[in-house]
Design a protein around this ligand. Structure first.
Ligand SMILES: [Zn+2]
Length: 203
């Protein structure tokens, strides 16, 4: 059975000091590097927004980061500008091992956000990752990264939707926690779809 390791958004803007910093986000990088050699197929996703992306509060007059608004007909949390294509913040944390890793980008359409690395938030367009996995006979994906309560969660839900077995590495994830408890609720939502939540030491 082919297994793939999926590293979600291990980018500078989601690390401490970044534009959309996730607390302790950098602490998951060693876990990613530790697991990589155990997989034949490793994929890193990259949030990759144009400057006019509609998820940015700065592109909505009067809005501030954390506000709830609308984008592409869907409810949308407005974020600080982050992961703007080609900026330092959009690149991977310097310690992430990228040798032999396949990169999939998301969030390139200014009119809709894409938390999941597989489909945009409206399930209107695919990133290509789902077909890529299925074409390689991947049956199981092991997923970790940032942030638990957004991009990890929705990537897991979409992977389950494609019929993939999913293992989420709990200690390889950290959350934004706009509301305290969001990460725990996200793990519950993932578990409810049949994803297994494990510690890296159990793998
Ligand atoms: Zn984003």
């Amino acid at each position: 059975m082919t297994r793939a390791l999926l590293l979600v958004d291990l980018q500078n803007d989601f690390m401490p000091g970044g534009a959309l910093a996730v607390r302790e986000g950098d602490l998951v990088v060693p876990t990613a590097n530790l697991l990589e050699p155990r997989f034949d197929l490793v994929i890193a996703t990259q949030d990759w927004h144009p400057p006019n992306h509609g998820s940015f509060a700065s592109n909505h007059p009067g809005a501030k980061p954390g506000d709830l608004g609308e984008l592409g007909g869907l409810p949308q949390v407005y974020w600080p500008d982050h992961c703007v294509q080609g900026t330092h913040g959009s690149w991977f944390h310097r310690d992430v091992e990228l040798n032999g890793v396949t990169i999939f980008r998301k969030g390139t359409d200014p009119g809709i956000d894409s938390y999941s690395a597989i489909f945009d938030n409206g399930h209107r367009k695919a990133t290509g990752l789902g077909d890529f996995l299925l074409a390689r006979g991947v049956r199981e994906t092991v997923i970790l990264g940032l942030a638990t309560d957004y991009c990890v969660k929705f990537t897991v839900l979409d992977a389950r939707g494609l019929g993939l077995d999913v293992i989420v590495v709990e200690d390889g994830c950290r959350g934004v926690e706009l509301i305290p408890g969001d990460s725990d609720r996200a793990f519950e939502a993932m578990r409810a779809t049949g994803a297994r939540i494990v510690r890296s030491s159990e793998l």
